[in-house]
Design a protein around this ligand. Structure first.
Ligand code: NAP
Length: 308
């Protein structure tokens, strides 16, 4: 039976130990920094210590516990073995719920009325039909596609931007760096569901965010590094942008004294948009472990050259 190492901050993945033993009878599970991790063939990771994977000579597979793999690919010593990630209908649905909620938060003026309610201020705003609200999604992968289709179901005018050309019923699609400005200029509510790669880090800077129409809002569900925070705050303060729901940050947890918590127009959520359960993660890791042992194709492999 296979030997599995759990690489994360100590204790984080402890709930997986019993679940892996249930799914893979006879499995050996160790946790970093135990010496036994160096003998493992499969590494399950969240922000592994740089160099830890390179110190595992028998390693055959690296498995992320999340949809994103930026926390693993950032290790310059990463061994050249397959890398898999989690893709799961429950995670996709959870992300779509979050995107729908945050879209409605701006679309139906909850951002304004919740703030007004604190001051006992009775104020109504002009209502817009969903068809008159343009929601633009950055990234049309597992998560972006589902969110886009559900927004279409609700009647929104939905567009999306991806690296390669895509066709999706009811969605206006844009692709490639050259099309980004045109996409942004037609977006009232921007939703980021991009992976973090060298091509997408810092993508949403002052120049790009200024392309959004005045009064546009941002929903950031991808990674904090996609946005240049000072540029975002500048555009919120100048009134060019209306508000932002931020679920992800360069530094997590976001420190309690970080100014974003108190920035008017910003709602901070604690990287909660879509969280895989240990059960879901374990079932997918175990499935890929069995495939590895049988020499069958692995599920949800990452294209390491592309970075996602
Ligand atoms: P995915 O299936 O890999 O899809 C990525 C999409 O982004 C694809 O459409 C891809 O284009 C596009 N893309 C990548 N690089 C691009 C570039 N340079 N220019 C334009 N488009 C680009 O990813 P996913 O499963 O949907 O997940 C997306 C991200 O969501 C994850 O990487 C993670 O960071 C984040 N996430 C956050 C949470 C949370 O709780 N906040 C939870 C889960 C995931 P192509 O279609 O052309 O390849």
């Amino acid at each position: 039976m296979i030997s599995i190492a759990l690489l994360s901050r100590p204790g984080l993945m402890d709930p997986m130990k019993a679940l892996l033993a249930r799914e893979l009878p006879g499995v050996t599970v160790s946790s970093w920094p135990e010496p036994a991790t160096r003998e493992a063939e499969l590494a399950v990771c969240w922000k592994p210590e740089p160099g830890a994977l390179a110190a595992m000579p028998k390693l055959k597979l690296i498995h992320s516990i999340a949809a994103g793999v930026d926390n693993i690919l950032s290790d310059p010593t990463l061994p050249d073995v397959p890398l898999c990630r989690i893709v799961d209908p429950d995670i996709t649905s959870a992300m779509t719920e979050f995107v729908l909620w945050a879209t409605l938060y701006f679309h139906r003026d909850f951002d304004r009325v919740i703030s007004n309610a604190r001051d006992g201020l009775w104020r109504r705003y002009d209502q817009y039909a969903a068809k008159d609200r343009r929601v633009g999604i950055l990234g049309l992968g597992a998560l972006g596609t589902d969110a886009a289709l559900r927004l279409v179901d609700l009647g929104f005018a939905v567009s999306a931007w991806s690296r390669s050309p895509k066709q999706l019923a009811g969605v206006t699609t844009f692709s490639g760096a050259d099309a980004l400005d045109a996409f942004l200029s037609e977006t009232d509510i921007l939703v980021s569901l991009l992976p973090l790669t060298p091509s997408t880090v810092g993508l949403l800077d002052a120049a790009r965010l200024s392309r959004l129409p005045k009064g546009a809002a941002l929903i950031l569900c991808s990674r904090g590094e996609h946005v240049v925070t000072d540029d975002l705050v500048g555009l919120l303060r100048s009134g060019h942008l209306r508000g932002a729901v931020l679920d992800v940050f360069e530094q997590e947890p976001l420190p309690s004294d970080h100014p974003l918590w108190r920035e008017p127009g910003v709602l901070v959520t604690p990287h909660m948009a879509a969280i895989a359960s240990w059960e879901t993660i374990t079932l997918q890791v175990a499935d890929n472990a069995r495939r590895l042992l049988r020499g069958e194709p692995l599920l949800n492999t990452v294209d390491r050259a592309r970075g996602y």
